[in-house]
Design a protein around this ligand. Structure first.
Ligand SMILES: [Zn+2]
Length: 352
């Protein structure tokens, strides 16, 4: 139902967009503080304009959104969940095959949630995320690597983007299988320690290593910068790293967590916007031209991998967006900010 509301909003703003938002927001001169005089709707219009290139993110600007807290169990009277806030409904989803997306980037996941493997056999890998369960990790990560002819013993670091079960669910199997600890940010270790055993995702990780903001991992020619952001969770890890397309370098951001499913928390929404503002600057410095997500519905992984499979020699890589990739930070800045303004202006009415 929420998608209807977004569509309605997009429809309502569509006429105004061409003139109001013809030029992209200048990230050098305008930041979150200068939007203080705008209404939630005006800020959402900016976010939705940016989301035209990122349709899987438009729901973040839905001003009818009810702010669920994914860590608070729902009562039996509520409607059944639709995927942990990870990207919406849809019952028939295609199977996404394990795929080499770049020379040094592999998708090993399913249609709901992704694990990404960065690196090479020669230099080793970093594995990002553990999917929803031990069985899923075994099937899609270890099984997917086998299908791709990759050796799991070459994985050097096992990083969980954030403390939600759809990303740590397979951690026990993987730590045992890989002989590696879970690495998470300190704020999400603190979060994880409060979660206990989830009915779907099993026990949360309780021990491992801490990833610091700005930490770097080098795997041969692949440099991975790890950024810790207060956004989707208190310490979501969003890496930026070099990828190679037949030897040609590009830079990717893997946004570590997306949904605004932490309750009606105005402070966190503003932190989310500020985190995006900070990462935008870093992404511009690093020449980021690719956006990927750990939920395929968010970045269109499936459609892009299909286009990649059909790519003819010399054609552009479907994941490479050039400068347009930076627009994702407008979505991640303006949509949470519009939601924060909804709360502070008293427009948000909790359904509870
Ligand atoms: Zn999450």
């Amino acid at each position: 139902m929420r998608f209807l509301a977004v569509t309605k909003l997009i429809g309502a703003i569509a006429l105004g967009l061409a003139t109001a938002c013809a030029s992209p927001v200048d990230s050098e001169t305008e930041d979150v503080t200068s939007l203080a005089s705008e209404t939630p709707n005006e800020i959402a219009v900016r976010g939705l304009a940016a989301a035209e290139n990122f349709p899987g993110l438009a729901s973040l600007c839905d001003l009818d959104m009810v702010f669920r807290d994914v860590n608070v169990p729902r009562s039996a009277s509520e409607q059944p969940r639709s995927g942990g806030g990870g990207g919406g409904g849809g019952s028939q989803r295609p199977v996404l095959p394990p795929t080499q997306v770049f020379d040094n980037l592999y998708f090993v996941g399913n249609s709901r949630v992704a694990s990404w493997l960065v690196g090479t056999e020669e230099d080793g890998y970093v594995l990002f995320d553990a999917l929803t369960s031990d069985a899923a990790a075994e099937q899609y990560i270890i099984g997917g690597m086998a299908e791709l002819g990759l050796d799991p013993s070459k994985i050097k670091h096992f990083i969980v983007s954030h403390g939600h079960g759809d990303h740590y669910g397979g951690h026990r199997y993987l730590t045992e299988q890989l002989g590696l600890p879970v690495s998470m940010s300190a704020p999400d270790w603190a979060l994880s320690s409060t979660l206990g055993v989830h009915p779907r995702f099993g026990p949360a990780p309780v021990e491992g290593e801490i990833i610091e903001d700005g930490q770097q991992i080098e795997l041969g020619e692949t440099l991975i910068n790890l950024y810790v952001t207060s956004a989707h969770t208190p310490g979501t890890i969003s890496p930026m790293f070099t990828v190679y397309d037949n030897g040609e370098p590009h830079a990717a951001i893997l946004w570590g967590g997306t949904g605004l499913n932490f309750g009606a928390d105005e402070k966190r929404l503003r932190e989310y916007a500020a985190s995006s503002n900070r990462l935008r600057k870093l992404a511009i410095d690093q020449g980021v031209d690719i956006f990927i997500s750990n939920h395929p519905a968010r970045d269109g992984t499936g459609e892009k991998m299909e286009a990649l499979a059909a790519r003819k020699g010399g054609a552009p890589h479907p994941f490479v967006m050039d400068e347009a990739a930076i627009g994702v930070f407008d979505v991640f800045e303006f949509c949470p900010l519009a939601q924060a303004e909804r709360i502070s202006s008293g427009q948000y009415q909790s359904a509870d």
